[in-house]
Write a protein that binds this ligand. Structure first.
Ligand SMILES: [Zn+2]
Length: 543
């Protein structure tokens, strides 16, 4: 399959001169992100694919009488950005209701947004968001929200503002609705100790700990009603295209939500490419035993789709007791747990399945590598593209072991918003210099901010959202962009179709309002796409 795809690329290139483009984009600075990182002036597109790149003169010569022309007015163009790990389908169930603070760097602006939402809401209606931000990102006043403040702004509405998976700010109405009261025991479904109280026993409005603490609040929040799911998905895709994102590795593709995307795909209107990472983690030795026989059949559903929707790997967790908690800085994986992990991973290798697995803390990464090195002689994983995801504590020797096994790295810098708790993570320079195939993503939309230019600025400057420098290991703009495009295409099995602006590849591109390569690095997060194209069609445009 790979050979025929390569041949197709070659044939497309050879016959390009005989073909007439439907559309040419002229007078730009096209960062092709090809192997030589070459810069072009103009692009020719035919159907959903790039036909050629080159100078204005070269591309103009290809045009026929029916060719449409688009003047880029000197603007910079990059390939459509790929996020290799974002919980996109899960977000559909709440997106339309959420008050998102991703990329909002002013507390005053966040308050204004909250006031506007309160004004538009019915009395008693929940106002909430589920992560993607942290108060440390507010440049004007990086202070947490208080109960009194939220009560003043929203006296008649319950409010729940969730910071990453770290804590939730609640107002009085929300506390009451959740059954959290002064002089009363904590409701049973909340994680012990997560409900913060003052010396007098009154709740402070903060529920805090880790994912399980914040989930307890999220479980009580009203989701988008079934009849509005499609509108919620449309709002989500629009926000992604507006941010310059066109393709996604998606852990957990639930069928009902995926059906919405399938419907749009059939109608020719889908502008987000979805590559599902599917599989249920076992939680106990009994579940492992029950699961073993169910792994090999999963192979049959992989790679049955196309460049818009497909299923690509098992993930993102194998054995949930070994799923590193987000805010832990150290793990202690036990031999009995690792034995269970190895049983499933061995079955995944035996079935020839790709694996994309959450591996975050140093000792966990080591322990998983130990297991894979045991499995590998019996069932080699070299061509299966096994991926460790997140990797914030990975080191050089682990990257060397991964490379030797033929593994890839999917890096998701949670510190973009969580930098106050995650110093010097991940080691970008070490990862880049290791030579491993690695891609950059967000792990949004709760754990992290989804906006790719925030991720890129963090990789280039070490600055978290809001500007504080929290990571000393940085990489060049070129390497960061390569990781967010061409290298990510490998992680989602689309390297023959996506990730660079080259003849034969699918015409996904983003036109930027300023030049990614030359603006001060501290302004990368201010870059705004002015147009996003998916498969040669405009998916988003500032008019
Ligand atoms: Zn994860």
């Amino acid at each position: 399959m790979r050979i025929s795809a390569a041949l197709a690329l070659l044939l497309t290139a050879l016959t390009a001169s005989a073909q007439v483009p439907d559309l040419i984009l002229m007078n730009g600075k096209v960062i092709t992100v090809d192997d030589r990182f070459s810069i072009a002036q103009a692009i020719a597109i035919q159907g959903d694919r790039f036909l050629a790149t080159g100078s204005n003169e070269q591309i103009a010569r290809l045009a026929g009488p029916g060719t449409r022309r688009l003047d880029l007015h000197g603007r910079t163009v990059i390939p459509g950005l790929i996020d290799d790990h974002i919980h996109l389908l899960r977000a559909v169930s709440t997106w339309k209701r959420e008050l998102r603070f991703d990329g909002v760097y002013s507390r005053a602006q966040a308050i204004d947004m909250l006031r506007a939402r309160v004004k538009a809401a019915q009395p008693g209606e929940w106002i909430y968001n589920l992560g993607g931000w942290m108060h440390q990102q507010f440049k004007d006043n990086p202070e947490p929200f208080t109960l009194e403040e939220l009560d003043r702004i929203a006296p008649a509405n319950p409010v729940a503002l969730q910071e990453s998976y770290y804590q939730v700010f609640l107002n009085g109405r929300a506390l009451h609705a959740l059954g959290i009261e002064a002089n009363a025991p904590d409701p049973p479904d909340f994680l012990k100790g997560s409900i913060q109280r003052n010396a007098a026993g009154a709740p402070t409005g903060i529920v805090k700990s880790d994912i399980s603490a914040t989930r307890a609040v999220a479980n009580h929040l009203p989701k988008v009603p079934a009849g509005e799911l499609e509108a919620s998905a449309a709002a989500l895709v629009k926000d992604m295209n507006r941010a310059g994102l066109t393709s996604f590795g998606v852990p957990g593709c639930d069928t009902a939500t995926l059906d919405i995307f399938q419907k749009w795909h059939a109608a020719g209107t889908l502008t987000a490419r979805i590559f599902c990472i599917d599989g249920t983690a076992a939680a106990s030795p009994d579940q492992v035993a029950a699961m073993i026989d169910q792994i090999a059949p999963l192979r049959a559903r992989l790679f049955q789709g196309d460049s818009f929707i497909d299923h690509i790997s098992f993930g993102e967790s194998v054995y949930s007791p070994l799923h590193d908690p987000m805010f832990a800085l150290k793990s202690d994986p036990r031999p009995d747990q690792l034995e269970q992990w190895r049983k499933i991973a061995r079955e995944i290798a035996k079935a020839g399945l790709p694996l994309h697995v959450h591996a975050e803390l140093h000792d966990t990464i080591n322990a998983f590598l130990d297991q894979i090195e045991v499995i590998n002689p019996e069932y080699p994983i070299h061509n299966l593209r096994w991926v460790f995801a997140h990797l914030n504590q990975v080191d050089a020797s682990q990257l060397e072991r991964m490379k030797k096994l033929g593994m890839y790295a999917a890096v998701h810098p949670w510190a973009v918003i969580n930098g106050a708790f995650m110093p010097d993570m991940p080691p970008f320079k070490t990862i880049q210099e290791s030579g491993i195939t690695w891609g950059l993503g967000s792990d949004g939309t709760a754990a992290n901010d989804y906006a790719p230019f925030n991720t890129l600025q963090f990789a280039v400057t070490g600055q978290m959202a809001g500007g504080a420098k929290v990571n000393r290991q940085t990489i060049s703009r070129e390497d960061a962009l390569i990781a967010h495009t061409r290298k990510n295409a490998y992680i989602i099995f689309q390297e023959n179709n996506l990730g660079s602006i080259q003849p034969g590849k699918i015409a996904d591109l983003v036109v930027l309002d300023r030049d990614y390569l030359t603006i001060p690095a501290t302004q990368i997060h201010d870059i705004k796409p002015v147009m996003t194209m998916v498969g040669g069609r405009i998916a988003y445009e500032i008019r």
